[in-house]
Write a protein of this length. Structure first.
Length: 454
């Protein structure tokens, strides 16, 4: 028994030796080798600041502030997080491929005297590494670098040169609007043509100016998109003359109210500035000093009109509250529900419709949506064939209220003009949506049980 215990102890000791020396020791040796091969020998998470000194003399510095990063030179501004993370990670992860011993008078042969640029990396504990960026080596993908006050030349990956040449514009935050979308409870958009006010009550949005039904998905898309637009160029770090950039008579002024405290965020887009074949616009965001330019496409996406936000359905209704559907014009048919028995075609005889038939009709009626705003008012109906419409759909509810729309003449593309009974505006609607109502009526007529409408 004693012999077995001794053997077990020896085996345990050998196991511990193998584990700590061979397994854990191997990990430690591998880590030591990687650290020895690293260029700056500072762990990524220990970097406190990075300074890029460009060949032209510009100095850009960004520093860690808690869990975030901030550019401190040549201006104090926020960073584009993904770009900065990639920048300092490139220096932390850089490896030494080869080392060449030379003399100070030979550094110019490697583009290191003078250097193309310099990178200073400082650690949290005060360690500083100063890298000189030289020429790209003859071997593809390689770069000559050196440390200040050193005669040794190292070969590393040439992606370090790309990172060392990052500009202030590359590294800085280029978003044109900063806010929490979920906190927005009021949108006011003023352009030269319209003033739009959209307000949130609970989880519901409503357009109060002009008074139109709102398409919630469009509101959410608008708010999401704003945070994705980027400045094309920064033209001034601050300004005090509104007229210089057209901010006194802007193309668009967007004001967002945020949270219960009603804090506001403004985005103002001023006058146009030509940039070669492109047209850009000056802009600024409240709470942030710089003036920047935005592309014309971004300006157009900010300066939306009411039609963009409007719910495009020409008839809003609750099918369970309807007491009659009447379609007149080139096609005429009247439908009424009878208690819980379903819908019937009213005529010389009363014909019951299948539920599937009514589902298709409701889908067709609700599918007639505005594709384009033609006129803000409907005074001149005759010009669009709406005085004597091609089709008129009237839906009456149990309270006696009626809504619906009229379909008029075709345009050159064979789409049709339309007007809703609930709003005095003339729209275009797709011919295919109108055809769905026509096809439904013709199908009902063709059944043996459908009475003649003569």
């Amino acid at each position: 028994m004693k012999k077995i215990l001794i053997l077990a102890g020896i085996a345990g000791g050998l196991g511990a030796f193998v584990y700590f020396y061979e397994i854990e020791g191997s990990k430690q040796r591998e880590k030591a080798e990687q650290f020895e091969a690293s260029l700056i020998k500072i762990e990524r998470e220990d970097i406190q600041s990075v300074t890029l000194i460009q060949e032209e003399g510009e100095i850009i510095k960004y520093e860690r502030t808690g869990d975030d990063w901030e550019i401190t030179e040549p201006v104090r501004t926020s960073v584009e997080e993904s770009v900065v993370n990639g920048n300092y990670s490139a220096f932390a992860n850089a490896k030494i491929k080869r080392r060449l011993n030379t003399t100070s008078d030979k550094l110019k042969n490697f583009g290191l005297e003078p250097a193309h640029g310099e990178v200073i990396v400082e650690s949290i504990d005060g360690n500083k590494v100063e890298l000189l960026i030289g020429d790209e080596a003859a071997t593809r993908g390689d770069l000559f670098i050196s440390f200040r006050d050193s005669n040794s030349v190292f070969i590393t990956s040439d992606n370090l040169k790309t990172e060392a040449e990052k500009t202030l514009f590359n590294l800085r935050d280029k978003k044109i609007a900063h806010y929490d979308k979920d906190k927005v409870n009021r949108i006011e958009l003023a352009t030269k043509d319209d003033t739009i006010i959209i307000e949130k009550s609970g989880e519901e949005w409503s357009m109060t100016s002009p008074n139109l039904p709102v398409e919630v998905s469009r509101v959410n898309s608008y708010l999401n998109s704003l945070t994705n637009y980027s400045a094309k160029e920064f033209v001034a770090e601050e300004f005090d003359n509104l007229s210089q950039y057209g901010f006194d008579a802007p193309e668009a002024k967007l004001t967002l109210s945020l949270g219960e405290e009603k804090a506001t965020k403004e985005l103002v887009i001023g006058k146009a500035v030509e940039d070669g074949d492109d047209t850009n616009f000056f802009a600024y965001e409240s709470g942030r000093a710089p003036v920047f330019t935005v592309r014309e496409s971004n300006k157009n996406n900010v300066a939306r009109d009411p039609f963009y936000f409007q719910d495009k359905k020409l008839a809003q209704y609750n099918e369970n509250a309807l007491s009659e559907i009447r379609i007149s014009g080139a096609y005429q048919i009247t439908l009424t529900p009878q208690d819980t028995l379903g819908w019937y075609v009213s005529g010389d005889t009363t014909i019951k419709l299948e539920k599937s038939d009514m589902n298709r009709l409701f889908s067709a009626i609700g599918g007639v949506t505005a594709t384009e705003l033609v006129s803000e008012n409907s005074k001149d109906l005759s010009s669009y064939g709406l005085k004597e419409p091609f089709l008129e759909v009237v839906l009456t509810d149990t309270a006696g209220s009626s809504i619906g729309y009229s379909i008029g003449d075709s345009d050159e593309d064979n789409d049709r003009y339309a007007v809703s009974s609930s709003r005095p505006r003339i729209y275009k609607v797709s011919i295919t949506t109108v055809e769905r109502i026509k096809d439904w009526i013709e199908e009902i007529r063709e059944t043996d049980t459908t009475p003649s409408t003569e």
